[in-house]
Design a protein around this ligand. Sequence first.
Ligand code: SF4
Length: 503
Amino acid sequence: MNFLDAKSAPPREDRLHASIAFGGKCAQVRTCERALANGCTNLSARSFSMAQGCQFTLSLAILNTLRNAVVIMHGPIGCGICSTGNIGTNKSFKQIRDPSAEGLIWLSTNLDESDVINGGEKKLQEAVIFADREFRPDTIIVCNSCVPALIGDDIDSIIQELQQECAAIIMPVHCEGFKTKLMATAYDAVYHGILKKYIRRPDLKIPIWESDVDKFRETYKRSRNVNILNVGSMSRADEVELCRLLEALGLNVTFIPCYAEPEDFQYALETSLNVSICGTHDDYFVGHLEEKYNIPFVVDTIPIGRKNTDRWIRKIAAHFDLQTQADRLIEAENVVLSEALEPFRKVLSGKRAYLAGGEVRILATAEILQDLGMEVVGFKAHHYDKFAEPIFDALENIDEVQFSVATNQPFEMSNIINRLKPDLLITHTGGNNIAARHGLPLLPLFGPTYNYCGYSGVFEVARRLNKIMRNFEFNRQISLNSPLPFKKEWYEKDPFAYIKYDK
Ligand code: SF4
């Protein structure tokens, strides 16, 4: 893998052969030849499609978290307006790391019809100069939307010229929405910018001979430093839990990229191992760091659910030859957790659940449900690629469970919920409008202030499920007063009627 000579990251349709449209069973999506690379669902589509996000907006999920940064959205004012939705949590989460941190600062170049004719370069130049003079940030991030890409604004050249005049590091992120139907390409777009602009060998504070640089690298390779690649859907409580577990093994933990400062990336190379929380999020970044700087990585499961957490810890421990210590830690944690879960099993056992969201996250969360004696009746994944595979290993009797692939597409999900009639929904935060109108108890798949990761995350999910199963009157009232927006004829149709597998 080396795409860094290119202006931008390739779409995931090409790089990972990922799919965004599928309807069937878990066994089929895992094994059938349609599922991946050869003769695959890779280019499957819909003859009718409803509400889908774009990689520009998902890029902001990481970019908006960076501290000491100004984000310039180069495009019409509507692109990225979703950022207003997380201004509050964004500021407080930054201040958890650094009490003096500013909240989110973002500007839009506000391109209009005349800019489409005359070009938007002048507006971008003015915005960058304004950001540098007004806010004095460490970095200015320029993310471009569809319009400048279509009209051919030469963003890289502008940034190169402006860099001479600005104190801030200016980072371009090419994340125009039309380039891909796979929103998760956003992660590659962001990491592409980070790899090119922020990652560099650290400025050494002590003099070092050129011939000693390799020895210096070796020191870090043998160290116990670990980079954990956090994701925008993690809370600080998740980070505290993962830090607790790895520090118990004697490791030193650093979290990047979310809520990091640009300077933190300079030290990203002073590590022995890069550890992914979620392959869908990180493989582009850690793959390049291995190829370019020879730093090994772990991309395997996500530490959500006890079996997944056990496996994640063991993978990391193996790199440091700490297997015995890891086994002892895992055993002790599991004893405490089993006892703590017992009261919740009485309420939750036998309940039927449906999960929707990112492939890695829904499958891992299903492990918690099975642990509690619940039945998983269906999944809807935003997309499907090879990173789901290790997470399936933690699930039991899953082959016949329904699995669909759809980025949003609430009409399909509503039809499926109506057929499967689960007792409980666990769905992606931000997409729960339609789900809630079914009147069922609903747990958000992630929440910016809740703990989902590690052993404490299993307990916390169980505790919250127990609470919402006892009282979901709010959603029941929504279903009574705000009916579903689809005609009854739709519910008589096959939910996958609009999926086309032919290329
Ligand atoms: S698809 Fe293009 S125009 Fe629409 S929000 Fe995304 S970047 Fe903007």
